[in-house]
Design a protein around this ligand. Structure first.
Ligand code: ME8
Length: 674
């Protein structure tokens, strides 16, 4: 798939600092990191933002409970989120905190702008406030709020945002996909919220005369379908009536203006010029997406940055906060005259033991548990000894001789691949390895957009089946066969053997090993399908297709049984019956070349595709394939538009070591007990 490079600005929600991070937060951040890495390898000028949401009553109360000032408290928790992302190798480009001075001044500037434009007005409000969710909710006093606790009755003088004025415009923008909301189920949810609740329709029917005179008909009115087309169109134009999915016209429940300030909360950004009011935490929080890239700054560099990156290409969020991102935020931007984000994608919830993780349920899974447990499996690469090469430069140069027959018998020093005792792995390496496992698991296990259960059992099981026995096994068996092939005395002793290394496979079409065309065409197809699935954030199916290629390649190797040929050669050598210059021996070597090349090339493609998902482990495989630094390859554009045949003849393998050692069952218990 061709892809024109462009800028790509991507965000995660900024997380509340009232509690420590758990794997729910890691889930969004991982997905964002995968998307960011993929856009970077496509050559896009990528900017990936994450951070923390630090104001509001909840934080104020958590700080008090911890015996700290809100600032001390938020400093600590924000740092713990950041430390976790660093431990996991998350490649965020900036980390915004709503307590950053430049953010606070951006919030005040935008507030002032909206007040100047009359999008904000002062009024009073009495309502039921849910402290846990930091929002007013409908209902009588004592209503149980969305946090499961009774609401508090709060009367306040409030600044209000004229949300109602943007209802019609928002519907149009979403329906026309100028504001794209994924997946479909969330888009529908937002649209039906914006259109008003059809079930609440009273059924009052307007007659034509009343309708024509009305300034704005009461909400919930069904417009008679026999109304002449003309007035209906006028009403539609004016935003009075909307068309439902069932093609009925109705007058929607008007969106309520929302309150933008609190006098009961002091931990936050003060309303400019009226400091007893604190700006509502959601308004404050959403603005992070523009303040981080320079909105409101007086610095021309920052202003340029804002012009360059805004609008966001993707806001990635959990499904529970779409209303804030798909209704409130776009309305605020419309009021401010700023462009809207291009897309908002909501994923589902990670459930643990069938329910959403929460502190009160006590079913929180910490990412650190997984990093600590899986980190113990990590095997560091061996130290490379000088002669640990499959082909020397000279040999590989000679191998370019098309016939291979002019090459003199070259003796070659072969030393075992693991030539030095592995050193104790660095903690950072262990963490990055374990983070890869979690990244793969979450994206493969849960169809993006849907809820999914997390369990240690499933994590260990999938690790063993897909990574240890699947991809990892294919890599180790293939590369070890190549090592054996080149360490065999007669192969090395044979002029053909040296000449043919990974080469005949490239251009000698007449030599076709069994099943080869199938692997090649499946690899090409996988690249195409993978690209389009990932483009649509369908990670689970994208990874599934890669694993189909892993299985096909594995089957190809099994059916071709190169070890049999290798054994035959070894036996012939032992009995002294081998004729190194015979046609038969030459053919044997060509077939071996072919098989090993097909498998190694398929692994190269698989590894390139998997890089954004498992950056650390694929880097190891890449180095073992003799291809060098995968990050460098990514930045040079070598991991995109993958074509069969990219593995060059004469490539020297790097030193080998296990990538995904099998996980013992005990790991499950270990994590459960942690
Ligand atoms: O909502 N499964 O912050 P927050 C999947 N500060 N994702 C989960 C999850 C779970 N069980 N738990 C959390 C806020 N997440 C606001 C956002 S943005 C301007 C302000 C992820 O700390 C998911 O992305 O409650 C969810 O939307 C987000 O964390 C909520 O984080």
């Amino acid at each position: 798939m061709s892809h024109n490079t462009k800028k790509f600005y991507l965000t995660t929600p900024i997380y509340y600092v009232n509690a420590r991070p758990h794997i729910g937060h890691a889930y969004t951040t991982i997905a964002a990191d995968v998307i960011a890495r993929r856009h970077r390898l496509l050559g896009d000028d990528t900017f990936f933002l994450t951070g923390t949401d630090e104001h509001g009553q909840k934080v104020e109360r958590s700080a008090a409970a911890a015996g700290l000032s809100p600032q001390q408290f938020t400093d600590q928790v924000s740092a713990s989120f950041r430390a976790l992302w660093d431990r996991m190798g998350i490649t965020y480009d900036d980390y915004i905190r709503t307590t950053d001075p430049h953010h606070k001044s951006a919030v005040q500037k935008l507030f002032q702008l909206l007040r100047d434009r009359d999008a904000i007005y002062l009024s009073t409000y009495t309502g039921q406030y849910s402290v846990g969710e930091e929002m007013f909710v409908e209902g009588p006093p004592g209503t149980i709020g969305p946090d499961g606790r009774p609401t508090e009755t709060v009367t306040e003088e409030n600044y209000f945002f004229r949300l109602s004025a943007y209802q019609r415009q928002l519907i149009d923008l979403i329906e026309s996909n100028q504001l794209e909301i994924q997946p479909e189920v969330r888009r529908n949810e937002v649209l039906s919220f914006l259109r008003g609740d059809l079930n609440a329709v009273t059924g009052r029917v307007y007659d034509e005369a009343q309708f024509a005179d009305a300034q704005h008909p009461p909400s919930g009115t069904i417009v008679p379908s026999n109304l002449p087309a003309n007035p209906l169109e006028i009403a539609y134009e004016r935003g009075w009536v909307l068309k439902s999915a069932s093609e009925k016209y109705y007058v929607p429940g008007a969106l309520k203006d929302f309150s933008l300030s609190r006098t009961s909360v002091s931990w936050g950004v003060p309303v400019p010029g009226d400091e007893k009011h604190t700006i509502y935490v959601w308004f404050d929080a959403l603005i992070n997406y523009i303040s981080a890239i320079g909105y409101g700054s007086d610095d021309p560099e920052q202003q340029k940055k804002f012009e360059h990156y805004w609008p966001a290409d993707l806001h990635l969020v959990g499904k529970e906060i779409i209303r804030f991102h798909c209704v409130y935020w776009p309305a605020v931007l419309l009021a401010a005259g700023l462009p809207l984000p291009k897309a908002i994608t909501a994923h589902g919830w990670l459930l643990f033991e069938e329910s959403k993780m929460s502190k009160s349920r006590g079913n929180i899974v910490r990412t650190e548990t997984i990093l600590d447990a899986f980190g113990t499996l990590y095997t560091p690469p061996p130290v490379l000894a000088q002669n640990d090469v499959i082909l020397s430069e000279a040999q590989s140069a000679k191998s370019k001789d098309p016939e291979g027959l002019n090459t003199t018998t070259t003796s070659r020093t072969f030393s075992p691949q693991i030539s030095a005792a592995p050193t104790a792995p660095a903690k950072a390496e262990q963490d990055l390895f374990a983070a890869d496992v979690l990244r793969y698991f979450l994206l493969r296990e849960i169809p993006f957009g849907q809820d999914g259960s997390f369990s240690f059992d499933a994590l260990v099981q999938r690790y063993n089946s897909d990574l240890a026995n699947g991809y990892g096994n294919l890599v180790s068996r293939t590369l070890n066969l190549i090592v054996q092939y080149f360490s065999s005395a007669s192969v090395m002793g044979s002029p053909r053997g040296i000449a043919t290394y990974l080469r005949l496979s490239e251009d000698n079409a007449e030599i076709v090993a069994p099943f080869d065309p199938e692997v090649k065409s499946q690899a090409e197809q996988t690249v195409r399908i993978f690209d389009s699935l990932v483009e649509g954030n369908d990670f689970s199916r994208a990874l599934e297709t890669v694993w189909a290629l892993v299985a096909a390649t594995d089957l190809f190797v099994t059916k071709s049984a190169p070890w049999k040929t290798l054994r035959e050669i070894a036996n012939a050598e032992a009995s002294g019956t081998i004729d190194l210059l015979s046609h038969e021996h030459g053919e044997q070597l060509k077939t071996l070349d072919r098989i090993l090349y097909v498998s190694a090339e398929s692994i190269r493609i698989i590894t390139a595709l998997l890089y954004p998902v498992m950056p650390h482990s694929t880097a190891k495989v890449w180095a073992q394939l003799g291809l060098g630094d995968i990050e460098e390859a990514a930045s040079k554009g070598e991991l995109k538009n993958l074509q069969w045949g990219g593995l060059k003849p004469g490539t020297k393998l790097g030193p080998l070591s296990p990538i995904f050692p099998r996980a013992p069952k005990e790991l499950i218990q270990l994590m459960t007990d942690m």
